[in-house]
Design a binder for this molecule. Structure first.
Ligand code: KG4
Ligand code: ZN
Length: 435
């Protein structure tokens, strides 16, 4: 099934075409970094305006890149929340209108579920390339860590194993016989996936005997999520962005701090551990951010940051090397220590969750999953404990629409359908709480 995914929850306008939740035909992301960088963060009104400008060309580009027309799309999956309401609405209304006008099935996807599916999508693609990666194990503990979220989930899968060789599952439509049509909700054949083959032009082909065994719907993988913990204040990526802004290092802060931290001493400043009252799997990063602020305000580091700010304003686009040459060792040590503290906290709570849930695998997704130290620490933990640690590639870690299409595919296959009442939600919890 060829699904068009649309994502616009924050500051990336994205569209992708993904087949069977496992093969990316195209993935287009229009970044708004240039719009927001001078503010050091996302400005919601500017974000929605940019989405309005980009949504049509981005979807067109995704179809062109996939070599398909809109008529070849077999389902539309669109992010319904959580996120910036004005941004969400642009992608959602566009996706909804497209699906309704084309007569294609539509489904809403939770952005966080998309991030979780990015891990599974990457795992499938890596395995298809024969790169010797084991199949994703369930149940898993998943850390979604980005500029807007820091949440831990227990992820369970019911029905057919996700990576089973699945001859009975409907496969990608062949070029000759495009258009496997998934069962519409309420159609006859309850409990079974039914396909009908159509020719590229849309006219019915002479009925050919279908030799494939229909797959009972109950055997298709369905996913469930239990919320284990989440941030009570800033998201981890937000903390990276705010510290970078304080030190006048550019936006978004995460990738810049990641690169600069390599030149600093991660043990120079001891920020201590964050102790959480109540749920020990919750996170808090605002205290750490304030601790950095206190180490900068009224010290030579503040004057240094001010000099960098002036330099950046006149220099335009700058490289990491140029920025590095304008950072004192004390600044680099502070950056490395801050990153070390954030990463230690994320890894420690995720491993504690894996331990308490007695799971064998840890998935890490979201923009901060690009962080090199975070990946290294999880890999180290995996080597020591035998846990499976899986990440998406950097392109699938940050916001994209392929992950929305992949998550939407399983919902569509399970018969889920949204109608014209589908709307955006700034706050949209995923799964059920463990408390
Ligand atoms: O997932 P994403 O693209 O958007 C949200 O859903 O928020 O994540 C963006 C966030 C930003 O805060 C950015 O600074 C952070 O991910 N980020 C990183 C790295 N790359 C991106 N944080 C730390 N290290 C990185 N290498
Ligand atoms: Zn995200």
């Amino acid at each position: 099934m060829r699904v068009l995914g649309i994502e616009s929850s924050c500051d990336e306008t994205a569209a992708a075409v993904v087949t069977d939740g496992e093969r990316i035909l195209s993935s287009v992301v229009a970044s708004q970094v240039l719009t927001h960088e001078r503010f050091g963060g996302v400005v919601p009104e500017l974000a929605s305006r940019e989405h309005l400008r980009k949504i049509v060309p981005v979807v067109e580009e995704a179809c062109r890149g996939a070599g398909v027309g809109l008529k070849d799309i077999e389902g539309v999956a669109v992010t319904e929340g959580p996120g910036l309401i004005g941004s969400l609405l642009v992608g959602l209304v566009y996706g909804k209108t497209l699906a309704l006008s084309l007569g294609k099935p539509l489904v809403g996807v939770n952005h966080l579920e998309g991030h979780i599916h990015a891990v599974l999508l990457e795992n499938k693609m890596t395995r298809q390339r024969g790169e010797g990666v084991g199949e994703a194990r369930f149940p898993s503990v998943t850390l979604v860590v980005s500029g807007g979220h820091t949440s831990l989930f227990r992820v369970e899968v019911q029905g057919r194993g996700l990576n089973d060789a699945s001859p009975a599952l409907p496969r990608a439509p062949s070029p000759q016989g495009r258009g496997w049509r998934s069962r519409e909700a309420g159609e006859p054949g309850e409990g079974f996936f039914q396909g009908s083959r159509q020719q590229a032009g849309g006219s019915e082909a002479p009925a050919k005997p279908d030799t494939r065994v229909p797959t009972p719907l109950c055997l298709l993988p369905t996913f469930s999520y239990i919320r284990l913990g989440q941030t009570r204040d800033d998201a981890a990526g937000e903390a990276f962005d705010k510290v970078a802004k304080l030190l006048a290092l550019g936006y978004p802060g995460g990738p810049i701090l990641d690169r600069l931290a390599r030149s600093g001493n991660p043990h120079a400043v001891d920020f201590g551990r964050v102790r959480m009252k109540g749920n020990p799997l919750d996170f808090s990063f605002s205290g750490l951010k304030t601790a950095v602020l206190y180490r900068v305000c009224g010290t030579p580091l503040q004057a240094e940051a001010e000099r960098r700010r002036i330099w950046r304003e006149s220099a335009g686009r700058v490289t990491t090397e140029e920025t590095l040459s304008r950072c004192s060792q004390a600044t680099l040590d502070l950056i490395a220590s801050f990153q070390n503290a954030v990463v230690a906290d994320l890894v420690e709570r995720t491993l504690a969750a894996a331990d308490s849930c007695r799971v064998q695998s840890v998935f890490v997704s979201g923009g901060v999953a690009c962080n090199s130290l975070l990946r290294e620490r999880f890999r180290e933990a995996a080597r020591q404990t035998g846990l499976q640690a899986l990440f998406p590639s950097p392109a699938l870690s940050t916001d994209n629409a392929a992950m929305i299409a992949a998550a939407g595919y399983y919902k569509l296959m399970a018969g889920q359908r949204a109608d014209s009442s589908l709307t955006a939600h700034a706050s949209l919890p995923l799964g059920r709480s463990n408390r």
